[in-house]
Design a protein around this ligand. Structure first.
Ligand SMILES: Cc1cc2nc3c(=O)[nH]c(=O)nc-3n(C[C@H](O)[C@H](O)[C@H](O)COP(=O)(O)OP(=O)(O)OC[C@H]3O[C@@H](n4cnc5c(N)ncnc54)[C@H](O)[C@@H]3O)c2cc1C
Length: 305
């Protein structure tokens, strides 16, 4: 049985790995990709040491750092984590089974879905949850962004760099993002706003062709577009651990103690998924929580020896 399995390769999981490697604690990190949400971030301008860096570049740097210290990285997506005698059984989607004394759960959050007809069917065919990843495909095209918060505003600006026209569809009279973003949107001729509106359906034969709204725009409730970017927030990713008995808060985030351990012995949760860092979900706080869990495991081991 391995000492530690880390599930998740975002800043939380990668930092946990860096600390475990330096403290010579054997571990394996499972993640379908390295970097997590950082890959979806256009520019990062609040991570110390980098005045401005693209999210992808920071991901690569963190990944290289972890690899340089010898992390055993498995590009696999985990399906389930179960409690067994003396530890945990971790299963991947291809029938692989792994065993560990400790688990560091660092899977972050997942994008909320609109839940309207056409969303699932046209995902990857114009429906997207990541403007940084898919924005470049919209050169000379038209796109809509659904949502009103800061993520939606950032998606609008990213898309406006590529598309001819970007329309933000939001509830209320004004988007809820920072007022400076609203000002910036108003000065960009490519950007249009449809207030007090909800998307009821996404339509298209093979690719997205239009959205159906609950309001009329220029006499029609159908609005033509080549793509729909859904930016309506995200929630904790706890499906893998639903049978573990891990305590969650009222919003579904994993409750942890100061050392990042959950109510389940030797099961740690770090980063965006956890309730620590005063709920402030950022790269620096995710990394800090990963480091705290790693050191807690190291100290616990030392006492046992
Ligand atoms: C658009 C946007 C802009 C942002 N801008 C900033 C910013 O400027 N500055 C800042 O500090 N923060 C920013 N953030 C927040 C920051 O990205 C997150 O707080 C941080 O990435 C959380 O790290 P994490 O490691 O907890 O989770 P994540 O980064 O979400 O990583 C989760 C990891 O878990 C993996 N995973 C998920 N499910 C499984 C599974 N079943 N099996 C195996 N692996 C799995 C994923 O593939 C991924 O590797 C931004 C976020 C977004 C969405």
């Amino acid at each position: 049985m391995e000492k530690v399995v880390i599930v998740g390769g975002g800043p939380a999981g990668l930092t946990a790995s860096i600390y475990l490697s330096r403290y010579k604690v054997e571990h394996t990190l499972f993640a379908p990709e390295v970097g997590g949400f950082m890959n979806e971030t256009h520019k990062i301008e609040n991570y110390p040491g980098f005045i401005s860096i693209s999210g992808f570049e920071l991901s690569q740097k963190m990944g290289e750092h972890a690899k340089s210290l010898g992390v055993n990285l498995e590009n696999k997506e985990i399906e389930k984590i179960e409690k067994i005698e003396g530890g945990f059984k971790i299963s991947d989607f291809n029938g692989g089974e792994y065993f560990a004394e400790n688990v560091i759960y660092a899977v972050g959050t997942i994008s909320n879905k609109l839940g309207v007809p056409g969303e699932k069917e046209l995902k990857g065919k114009g429906v997207s949850y990541c403007a940084t990843c898919d924005g470049p495909f919209f050169k000379n095209k038209e796109a809509v962004v659904v949502g009103g918060g800061n993520s939606a505003a950032v998606a609008v600006f990213i898309l406006a760099e590529h598309a001819n026209k970007v329309t933000l569809i939001h509830r209320g009279d004004l988007p809820t993002c920072e007022p400076s973003y609203i000002e910036e949107m108003k000065t960009n001729k490519k950007i249009h706003l449809i207030p007090n509106a909800n998307v009821k359906e996404i339509k298209g034969e093979n690719n997205v062709e239009k959205v159906v709204l609950d309001v009329e725009v220029e006499g029609s409730n159908e609005y033509k577009t080549d793509g729909v970017f859904i930016e309506i927030g995200s929630g904790p990713n706890t499906t893998l651990i639903k049978d573990l008995g891990v305590e969650l808060n009222e919003r579904g985030y994993v409750k942890v103690k100061a050392d990042q351990m959950t109510n389940v012995e030797n099961f740690y949760a770090v980063g965006d998924i956890s309730t620590n860092s005063n709920g402030f979900r950022q790269i620096i706080t995710a990394g800090a929580e990963g480091a705290i869990a790693a050191i807690a495991i190291f100290e616990k081991n030392k006492k046992k020896q």
